[in-house]
Design a binder for this molecule. Sequence first.
Ligand SMILES: [Zn+2]
Length: 96
Amino acid sequence: MDKNEAKQLNLIAKKLFRSHYDGCGNSDPNNCGACALLTGNEEGPNYAGWGRVFVEAERPIPSKWRMAFYDELASENEAYRKKLDESVREFGVRWI
Ligand SMILES: [Zn+2]
């Protein structure tokens, strides 16, 4: 991954955390992607590819989602898993 691609992925991922629809009230994880990324029990957010979004946004992952994140790293979707690995190498993983 070159610096330009990393910068683009970082901007896109950060934007996803801010992209609430008007009127979601920051509390509609079933219909709002940004809310979904910030919500979830130990299974992690109900948002496809959330592991990549957190890593690429350089956003700390709540420790309650640690096992769910390990599941992301072991995803059976090989294309996703390779992209996530690449992003982890580029951005690292932060925990909170
Ligand atoms: Zn929202």
